[in-house]
Design a binder for this molecule. Structure first.
Ligand code: HEM
Length: 299
């Protein structure tokens, strides 16, 4: 963690900034209740707020703490004690498993709220511009320290592991990266083969080797598989960038393959039994797809 002196230098924080904030501390007192109501309305935007703030007593406690933080933003001396308080807030958020994104996003709400009230109360002037500058710096410093706790917690966990564990973690990461790269390359190659296959089917239709009706349906099925493969590819790229892997895409590829088969044999009435079995498989895959979709949407 940076010291308060370093932080002040990095953010160009001066005595003037502290005075600017203190000069409008009456505004914090006047609006603290309105602020906390707005803040909590804003928190309802996050779909799992109730996961972190499940009970009324926790909410009430949090409301009081956030109100205290809001007022001290304007009244506090920006010293090492203040820095420790901010760091503790960050640590509490880490302990409850709150994603740092939520803190970052809600700080944007706080910024907009304060700017709105300052402009409403003071109007536009040179002094207002200076006050707003100081507020922006104070909020950036707050966010910096709070979010740093998340990074330092991650780092602490990593450093707490032994030498061999770290060696293992590093190598598993490399192997997993290699697997991901291999999967992306394979999917890209499958896509290229599919394009060649679709062009070949076009050629068969044009040269008359394949009847138009059968050829058209076969091409449609192959395009469907190409589409599913491309979805799988973009899902894998999202996964490499750190996103979760969606299982439903795999089921989607299986569905595309079965639908293609159904399209092709739908022109042969004698294959009625096969068609029936494939329809049952499609329905089962559809149900699995829907179930995974529901679970993933809930998450
Ligand atoms: C600008 C954003 C935020 C500020 C300034 C803030 C401030 C605080 C403060 C001052 C505490 C008390 C820390 C302590 O004394 O140890 C706290 C705790 C907590 N915060 Fe936040 N918070 C913010 C955003 C959020 C968000 C977005 C959530 C959840 C959606 C959240 C959930 C919690 C929880 C669950 C606790 C622990 C409550 C308890 O058990 O007492 N906070 N926060």
């Amino acid at each position: 963690m940076e010291s308060i002196e370093q932080l002040k230098i990095h953010y160009n924080w001066t005595e003037k900034d502290e005075k600017n904030l203190q000069s409008i501390s009456w505004l914090a007192e006047k609006y603290k209740e309105d602020f906390i109501d707005g803040f909590y309305r804003y928190l309802e935007n996050f779909k799992d707020t109730s996961k972190y703030l499940p009970h009324e007593d926790i909410r009430l406690r949090h409301k009081e703490k956030v109100k205290g933080w809001f007022v001290s933003l304007f009244t506090s001396k920006y010293d090492s004690q203040y820095l420790r308080r901010l760091y503790r807030i960050g640590e509490t958020h880490v302990k409850v498993g709150l994603p740092p994104h939520y803190v970052q996003a809600s700080m944007n709400f706080v910024r907009e709220y304060i700017i709105d009230k300052v402009l409403k109360e003071l109007g536009y002037s040179e002094q207002t511009r200076k006050v707003l500058n100081s507020i922006n710096k104070a909020l950036d410093m707050n966010l910096d320290v709070m979010v740093n706790s998340f990074r330092e917690e991650e780092l602490r966990l990593y450093l707490a592991s032994g030498r061999y564990q770290r060696f293992l973690i590093e190598n598993i990461r490399r192997i997993s990266w290699f697997f991901d790269a291999f999967i992306v390359l394979t999917l890209a190659l499958v896509g290229v083969f599919l394009i060649i296959w679709i062009s070949y089917e076009f050629w068969l239709v044009i040269s008359g080797a394949l009847p138009l009706e059968r050829g058209g349906l076969s091409i449609l099925g192959s395009v469907l598989i190409l589409y599913a493969t491309s979805e799988l590819l973009s899902e894998e790229i999202k996964h490499i960038r750190g996103g979760p892997l969606s299982l439903k895409i795999f089921v989607g590829v299986a569905l595309a393959a079965i639908i293609r088969k159904i399209l092709v044999i739908s022109l042969s009435p004698e294959k009625f039994q096969e068609l029936l079995i494939l329809s049952l498989v499609t329905i089962s895959l559809g149900v699995v797809f829907w179930l995974i979709y529901r679970v993933e949407a809930k998450e």
